[in-house]
Ligand binder design. Structure first.
Ligand SMILES: [Zn+2]
Length: 85
């Protein structure tokens, strides 16, 4: 496809253009633009925040997946599986 789909890219470049991920067996797509490239990072959430929001399942942290195209963020309580090795 694009010039950046070379295959053996360095991680720092992958952080810029994103990677493909799957959650629960379905490929992650951006809810806003339909993009398939995301950058992900784990966000530790303190127990105080979890108590305030009544979301104790978030106490261990969550995963923020940022669309590489439009920068919309989708949250997951499980770590998305990276499809690009
Ligand atoms: Zn998007």
């Amino acid at each position: 496809m694009g010039w950046f789909d070379g295959g053996d890219e360095q991680d720092e470049r992958a952080d810029a253009v994103g990677r493909r991920y799957a959650v629960a067996g379905r490929q992650l797509r951006c809810a806003h633009c339909g993009g398939e490239q995301f950058t992900g990072r784990e966000v530790p959430l303190g127990s105080r925040t979890s108590t305030m929001l009544d979301t104790e399942w978030l106490a261990a942290g969550a995963f923020a997946m940022t669309c590489a195209t439009c920068r919309a963020i989708q949250w997951f309580a499980v770590q998305p599986e990276r499809l690009d090795a």
